[in-house]
Design a protein around this ligand. Structure first.
Ligand code: C2E
Ligand code: MG
Ligand code: MG
Length: 912
């Protein structure tokens, strides 16, 4: 686009100069150049043409009655006497007025006929023809006139000299050509060569001629022109080099031009035009690859060379090349180039300034929108930019203020150090600064940048800061939480282990009696359930406070109801035991909680560096093993670790491995224990009880392997297997008895019990209402809502729910009404006491009454005697289960039982 425009301008310059050349716009310039060229090539006159000027003195000395024409005659005579070759009477004798010297002149002309010329002068033009002033016929017939005043010819602008003039059909030769007649070929017109120095044309006055003061041979063989000293009367011309010159002088130079063969010819406009076009083309092609300076130099060189060529042509060939157009074209092209360059410069300048503005506003935005507090200060300590966050914290309107006016001391000092001593900070620094009277933790850094774009800034310092108060608080809280129990403030497990480790750095430390006491609180759940968690929490805090009072010990809370105490200096087992008892005593004293009194129990497991060695982990693990044994025991008690406990861990691990193998080796079977209608003795249902036959251990009790399966998570798989197997077997029996299957709380918590039941029913084809799941109270105590949802889903399928071992757990009756439980199984521990134990029988009666009012079925478990069966029947219990009727047995035996003969036995038992 730019290039195209440039080419158009170049073409326009070229066209303009071509028109100018054709129209002669540069004639003046050409003239001036010709002047210079003529001056440079100055050449002398031949000296063969002499001018005799008629001076005032000669006229004054003319005798009375002689007249000027007589003076002319005398001069002509004298010149011929002196040997002149020809004489041209350069003064007009056209007047027909008689002159006293007319006769003398006629005589002289006749005497020298053929050697004297008169002149005819130009008077004007009419109808395209010249009007000439001819000499009086008196003289014209004797001395034929030559045409003068023809300089410039008809085309005065061109400044040509015409070699002939036409008058009345006559051809009159010009003075210049007539004076050198030997030349054969004459051009019609020519340019006078003004390089010929007019001053070198020999000139004398008429008085000198008559005085005889000139050298004798001065006029010998010379062509002489007689003219007036002042030619003003004739006319003057504007000519090159000389400016104003009298017409005879011009005539003389023209005559000299002819004589020296210096009749100059113009080469015309054509070559100039061609040179202009060629120069323009060269310029257009080369310009893009040239700098402005080289284009200028190239152009000047081009003009200079052409000017030299023109000079050479003029001097050697008499050819005139009008170079003005060429120079104008070159000048025009250079001006266009200059203009273009200027335009481009200003364009790139304005582009650069636009870019700078954009960059500046972008930087301002970047600073303002910065996520951190950013303040930029110039070397005069004036704030140049500030981010929004900086203004939020420090105060609004920071920009333009001095740093000491607004910035807090730590920022100020760091910035001054940076600006005054070039001492930027190499790391982020943290300090507390009060903003709006609130102390905050601030992280900040000062950086220095040298900016030379704007002299008002120079070096700037940038303060970047961030409010890290919250972060520091969080970090402190996190590290506190990592090391402390948030509720009681006691140490965390990690910190406790650390503390134990610190006590046992050196091997010898183990003999200092470093003891670890792990405490399990009992009945805490009851407090939480009955008094609420707030009171439970308050109690825990009191526990820690009490423990703290026991002297130089570390107290940690490991989880919900488990605490740990580290004590040093207990070197004997008895010391340890005594301290454990002290712990139990301390914890089990009554607590006062907002008007309520509460008592909790404590079991302690302990170990020390003497028993467990110097590994903190080992001491804690051993103490926790001892605690697990203590927990298995009734009431408050303390257990000290012993080596055989460690062996128990091994059995537990073995158990886990064996259980996994049992599942894949099909070592499990399901036995069934009948449930009997106490009225009729009829078997109405069976409870599925899982049996494990280990290849080496033999039969393993569910009381042993169910907790192990629960601990390892294998219970989920085992539970599914029992459900599938029991449903599948019972579904094939002829008698449609009801099937009860025990389900672990873990199957509710971590398994998909509803899905499992559905799958088992679908696979076996057992009617849902023939299936009942047995759950324990612990399921209802923890996470009641989730369990309830699943229980409801089971009821929706049509599956029954029985509450097993009723009376042994928390025995909160409140949930009985709320939850979809249709059967309550009174735990065998109550039945065992019947009929002697009055309390047990009272409980049994109460449960039976309550269940009836709630519309629940009741199953009495563990009936071993006829008395028990009878008593329960009388008390209104409908269903019984126990060894009295049948022990749990494999399916085949139960099928036999269900067949008529055996069934009759039960019937007689009950009715009989
Ligand atoms: P449970 O559900 O209360 O089962 C009744 C337990 O009492 C059975 O013990 C049964 O053999 C025993 N029993 C029945 N009648 C009498 C009696 O007249 N006198 C005495 N002394 N005991 C009687 P078992 O089979 O050893 O089961 C123990 C516990 O193991 C079961 O108690 C049940 O809670 C659990 N259990 C058994 N099988 C499974 C199972 O497949 N899954 C789950 N989650 N738990 C199971
Ligand atoms: Mg059961
Ligand atoms: Mg039971």
């Amino acid at each position: 686009m730019d290039r195209q425009r440039q080419l158009i301008i170049i073409a326009a310059v070229c066209a303009f100069t071509l028109v100018g050349v054709a129209a002669g716009w540069f004639a003046a310039l050409d003239g001036a150049m010709r002047d210079v060229r003529f001056s440079l090539t100055n050449r002398p006159a031949t000296g063969e043409i002499i001018l005799v000027e008629i001076d005032a003195e000669a006229v004054a000395n003319t005798g009375v009655g002689v007249g000027t024409r007589g003076l002319y005659a005398r001069a002509i005579e004298e010149l011929f006497i002196r040997g002149a070759r020809s004489v041209t009477l350069g003064i007009s004798v056209s007047s027909r007025e008689p002159d006293p010297g007319d006769a003398a002149l006629v005589r002289t002309l006749q005497t020298h006929a053929g050697r004297v010329r008169t002149i005819t002068t130009h008077r004007g033009e009419s109808g395209g023809d010249l009007t000439l002033a001819f000499p009086s016929p008196l003289f014209a017939s004797i001395a034929p006139p030559v045409y003068i005043d023809a300089v410039m010819g008809r085309d005065r602008l061109k400044g040509t000299y015409d070699t002939t003039a036409m008058h009345d059909g006559w051809v009159i030769e010009s003075f210049a050509t007539a004076l050198t007649p030997s030349r054969d070929i004459r051009p019609d017109s020519f340019f006078v060569d003004y390089a010929i120095d007019y001053a070198t044309v020999p000139r004398v006055t008429l008085s000198n001629l008559f005085d005889g003061n000139t050298a004798p041979e001065f006029f010998l063989d010379r062509d002489v022109v007689i003219g007036l000293a002042s030619y003003a009367q004739i006319s003057t011309q504007t000519v090159p080099r000389y400016g104003m010159l009298s017409t005879p002088a011009v005539e003389l130079l023209a005559a000299e031009s002819v004589r020296q063969d210096r009749m100059l010819r113009s080469m015309g406009g054509m070559p100039v035009g061609i040179i202009i076009i060629a120069g323009t083309l060269v310029f257009a092609i080369l310009r893009p690859s040239m700098t402005l300076r080289s284009a200028l130099l190239g152009s000047a060189a081009y003009s200079g060379v052409l000017e030299f060529v023109a000079l050479v042509l003029q001097v050697h060939s008499g050819l005139l090349l009008e170079t003005a157009g060429i120079h104008v074209a070159q000048a025009g092209l250079i001006i266009a180039a200059f203009w273009h360059e200027l335009e481009q410069k200003s364009q790139s300048l304005s582009k650069a300034s636009r870019e700078r503005d954009a960059m500046r506003s972008m930087l301002e935005r970047v600073v303002a929108d910065n996520f951190d507090g950013v303040v930029v200060i110039d070397r005069n300590k004036t704030i140049r930019a500030a981010s929004r966050l900086a203004e939020d914290l420090v105060g609004p309107g920071l920009v333009g203020k001095r740093l000491e006016e607004v910035l807090p001391a730590p920022f100020r000092h760091a910035l001054e150090r940076a600006l005054d001593h070039g001492d930027a900070m190499d790391a982020v620094c943290e300090t507390a600064i009060a903003f709006k009277d609130v102390e905050r933790v601030i992280e900040f850094v000062v950086t220095l940048s040298d900016i030379d774009a704007d002299e008002s800034t120079g070096r700037v310092a940038c303060l970047t800061f961030r409010d890290v108060t919250e972060r520091r608080h969080d970090e402190e809280r996190m590290s506190y939480l990592a090391l402390h129990d948030p509720l009681t403030g006691a140490a965390s497990r990690a910190r406790f282990l650390d503390e134990v480790g610190k006590q046992l750095i050196k091997p010898a430390d183990r003999f200092r009696g470093v003891g670890v006491f792990l405490i399990g609180l009992s009945r805490l759940k009851t407090i939480n359930d009955t008094l609420g968690h707030a009171h439970g929490d308050a109690l825990l805090k009191q526990v820690v406070s009490r423990l703290d009072l026991l002297g130089p010990i570390s107290v940690a809370r490991l989880e919900g109801n488990a605490f740990a105490v580290l004590r040093q200096g207990l070197t004997t087992t008895d010391d340890g035991r005594a301290f454990a008892d002290q712990l139990i005593e301390t914890i089990s004293r009554p607590y006062h909680l907002d008007g309520h009194q509460a008592i909790i129990g404590a079991r302690v497991g302990m170990s020390d560096s003497d028993l467990s060695g110097s590994s903190p982990e080992a001491i804690v693990t051993h103490a926790s093993l001892a605690l697990s044994i203590a927990i298995d025991q009734q009431g408050n008690c303390a257990v000290t670790f012993s080596k055989d406990m460690d062996a128990r861990i091994k059995t537990k691990q073995d158990m886990e491995i064996a259980l996994r193998a049992a599942l894949s080796n099909n070592e499990f079977t399901v036995h069934y224990q009948p449930q009997v209608d106490l009225e009729t003795g009829e078997i109405i249902g069976v409870e599925a009880l899982t049996r494990w036959t280990h290849p080496l251990l033999g039969t393993v009790s569910p009381a042993e392997f169910i907790p192990a399966a629960e601990e390892t998570g294998l219970i989920l798989e085992l539970g599914r297997w029992v459900l599938d197997t029991a449903c599948a077997e019972v579904a094939t029996w002829d008698k449609p008895v009801r099937l009860s299957v025990n389900v672990s709380p873990l199957q509710f918590d971590y398994g998909d019990i509803v899905g499992d039941v559905e799958a088992a029913l679908a696979a076996s084809g057992l009617a849902p209402n023939r299936l009942q799941v047995e759950i324990t109270e612990s399921l209802l105590v923890t996470e009641t809502s989730r369990a309830a949802t699943k229980l409801l889903a089971l009821r929706d399928i049509g599956v029954g729910v029985a509450l097993d071992d009723f009376g042994t757990g928390y025995s909160s009756l409140s949930y009985l009404g709320r939850l979809p439980i249709d059967t309550i199984k009174i735990d065998q521990s109550f039945i065992r006491g019947l009929p002697q134990d009055a309390e047990a029988s009272a409980i049994v009666r109460t449960v039976l009454m309550l269940s009836e009012s709630l519309g629940k079925n009741v199953v009495a478990e563990g009936i071993e005697t006829q008395d028990q069966a009878w008593l329960l029947r009388l008390a209104g219990c409908k269903i019984g289960q126990g060894y009295y009727f049948a022990r749990p047995a494999p399916a085949a035996q139960i099928i036999a039982l269900l067949s008529g003969a055996e069934q009759d036995k039960f019937t007689t038992r009950m009715i009989g």
